[in-house]
Design a protein around this ligand. Structure first.
Ligand code: COA
Ligand code: AMP
Length: 637
């Protein structure tokens, strides 16, 4: 793909031979208030901590230093919202003013270092400004994706116990306005510990009512401080202090609060901007995701801004806002050099514009590469994108827990040849191994559990908020000495990694990580449902799509169809529209092992038309025929 010979192998070996020296070198890209005592202290934290003793501030590194070093008038954020028809840019200097003004408001409201602030917002620049304002004063932000329902927000409020919540009156989806305020009110009503204050960004599309004494209007408070020129210095925090908590799906309905530190996070993100994405300061980098996901945290907000690049906040969809040419319009108009998105977005575009007619209408000469992550990048989609864009397309694999790439193609070090279906190779920092269920290494080419040898590199999560035991139990106990990724895959003879499936009950719907266990908990709350099982079945657009099998209580009076519709509504209500749960299917029985375990994996294979073997421990093989029939009848297999 490129003629530059790669230095990847040398760089990886440098890391492997002396990880501390490697990361110490990388840390010189960050401005620190005081240096570390140790690059890595294995005696701190659960598996050790990075840059212990050092103090720093993430907002300073993302904004102030660029303003001081000649980038004051360069665009930091370009907001492009085809869904509202609005565009706005913030130079680094304007961004500093906005962030300082909001930081002053937060301080007025009593938010101090270490306090948590929940951000529940659509894709507007104020979402990123809120994150940065928290970072500035040492508060810990927790962004909640707008597609989650009130009860999911309430769970996060209970766990994070925020002093304040920043939200907006509404979000805008192509088919509807999403009224955030009623969801927020409901969540606060449900929450055991209620935040004292909320800041609400009133959007002209829908103004909401504010509760006296609790809700305050964002824009006017920020404006007052902006106009007064209030200075809010960056608060030095320990490198190891938390920058944010980001909740992600676990195997139960209780989400996991992934905790990210300040110092290690900055160091690894800076390294990745150059070495993986090959993006320089002053260049325009676009991660078409949402600030509610880890991709949004790392590569809409922190990575590009730490790097002095320009980032794009895009409020729209790959299709329908207004058409499948939106991405290309944004790229041309804002001179995007690097695009990062989920394969789903490309599948959606490809479905609407199979011949790439829209692509031909725009000048994409600045675009150098496309990076895909968040779900498996199917070879068809990669080939289509390569062909139609006439550009290299790089898959890379990572997780909310890691915050940056575990395996990828380090373009800045000289790209390696692309193998379709593989995110390429382990990045420095990651010693990836494949173990069998007994914890023994397997041969090359053999499928197994993908694990990473401890310690995890900088930027990786240090614990789960309020749940250290769960952190150890979920990630560290099954394979002692390793981090369990919960992905299965194999490494080939060239050390390329292939990611094949999750080993737990997480599914990936349109690049969104969802817990089938969480959906089952919601469905079980329906009074007429005796038992249920949710699986993810293959979906041409979204990668996977959830299907819920339900067994009804004996003697229910309502029709199956009515109950199924209620179940669909219930999941939307409890988890949110993001669950994309549209199929509930009534069955007489669920296939189980003799010890009572539901055979979800076999059901999924049947639905996906894959080869499957009759499980030796199955209680009654006939149940699988019943499942096959019902799936066929519903057009789901
Ligand atoms: N706030 C409120 N609701 C939201 C939302 C948000 N921020 N984001 C999504 N939703 C809703 C959608 O409107 C949809 O509701 P509906 O059931 O009423 O139609 C539902 O959640 C499911 O959303 P999604 O699965 O995204 O389906 P979609 O049909 O709206 O869009 C794609 C499909 C492929 C266009 C879209 O998923 C996409 O752009 N994906 C890109 C991948 C991506 O950004 N991944 C993030 C991780 S990198
Ligand atoms: P999230 O934490 O939301 O980023 O989801 C992480 C999970 O998404 C991983 O554990 C994988 O199961 C899946 N995933 C992310 N990127 C890829 C990829 N490039 N290829 C295959 N699966 C991926």
């Amino acid at each position: 793909m490129t003629s530059t010979p790669t230095t990847y192998h040398t760089v990886y070996d440098e890391w492997k031979n002396n990880p501390e020296k490697f990361w110490e070198g990388a840390a010189s890209s960050i401005d620190w208030y005081s240096p570390w005592n140790k690059v890595f202290d294995k005696n701190q934290g659960i598996y050790g901590r990075w840059f212990t003793g050092a103090t720093c501030n993430t907002c300073y590194n993302a904004i102030d230093r660029h303003v001081q070093n000649g980038r004051a008038d360069q665009d930091a954020i370009i907001y492009d919202s085809p869904i509202t028809g609005k565009k706005r840019t913030y130079t680094y200097s304007q961004l500093l003013d906005e962030v300082q003004a909001l930081a002053a408001v937060l301080k007025d409201k009593g938010v101090t270092k270490g306090d948590r602030v929940i951000i529940y917002m659509p894709m507007v620049p104020e979402a990123a400004i809120s994150m940065l304002a928290c970072a500035r004063i040492g508060a810990v932000h927790s962004v909640v994706f707008g597609g989650f329902a009130a009860s999911e927000l309430a769970t996060r409020i209970n766990d994070a116990q925020p002093k304040l919540i920043i939200s907006a009156s509404c979000g805008i989806e192509p088919n509807r306005l999403v009224s955030y305020k009623p969801l927020l009110d409901e969540a606060i009503e449900m929450a055991k510990l209620k935040p004292e204050t909320t800041l609400i960004l009133q959007r002209e599309q829908q103004i909401c009512d504010l509760i006296d004494g609790r809700d305050f209007e964002y824009t006017s408070l920020v404006k007052a401080h902006r106009e007064a020129g209030t200075i809010v210095p960056c608060e030095p925090v320990a490198s190891t202090d938390p920058l944010y908590i980001l909740y992600t799906s676990g195997t139960t309905g209780e989400p996991k609060g992934v905790v990210r530190d300040n110092g290690g996070h900055m160091v690894a993100l800076m390294w990745s901007m150059k070495a993986i994405y090959n993006v320089g300061p002053g260049e325009v980098y676009w991660a078409a995701s949402d600030v509610g996901w880890v991709v949004g945290h790392s590569y809409i907000v922190y990575g590009p801004l730490l790097n002095g690049s320009t980032t794009i906040i895009f409020e729209g969809k790959p299709i329908g806002t207004p058409d499948a040419g939106t991405f290309w319009r944004v790229i041309e108009e804002h001179n995007v050099t690097t695009l990062f998105t989920a394969p789903t977005a490309f599948r959606a575009i490809k479905r609407e514009d199979p011949n790439g007619e829209f692509i031909k209408k725009y000048n994409l000469s600045k675009l150098r590469a496309l990076f895909l992550a968040g779900e498996r990048a199917d070879p068809d989609t990669i080939e289509w994108a390569q062909d139609k864009l006439n550009l290299p397309v790089y898959d890379h694999w990572w997780q909310t827990e890691t915050g940056w790439t575990i395996a990828g193609n380090p373009v800045g070090l000289g790209a390696l040849p692309v193998k379709l279906g593989s995110p390429t190779v382990a990045m420095p920092g990651y010693d990836i191994q494949i173990l069998d269920d007994e914890g023994q290494p397997v041969e090359k080419g053999i499928l197994g559990n993908i694990v990473v040898k401890l310690p995890l590199p900088p930027c990786n999560f240090t614990t789960l908020w309020n749940a250290e035991d769960r952190f150890k139990e979920a990630y560290l106990e099954e394979f002692p000495g390793f981090y369990k990724t919960a992905d299965a895959g194999y490494i080939d003879e060239d050390d390329y990694l292939f990611i094949m499936a999750r080993t737990d009950d997480i599914i990936n719907v349109a690049g969104h990580r969802l817990s089938t266990g969480g959906m089952e908990e919601a469905i079980a709350g329906h009074p007429d449902v005796a038992e249920c099982a949710v699986i993810g079945i293959a979906d041409k657009l979204k990668g996977q799509s959830p299907v819920g099998f339900i067994i009804l209580n004996i003697g229910v009076e309502k029709s199956e169809a009515d109950i199924e519709a209620e179940v669909v509504k219930l999941v939307r209500q409890k988890i949110g529209p993001v669950a994309a749960f549209k199929n509930a299917v009534t069955v007489e029985r669920l296939p189980k092992t003799r010890s009572g375990k539901i055979l979800r994996g076999t059901m999924q294979k049947i639905a996906d038309g894959m080869d499957w073997k009759m499980p030796a421990t199955i209680e009654d093989p006939a149940v699988l025929d019943e499942i096959t029939d019902v799936l066929k009848k519903r057009g789901l297999a």
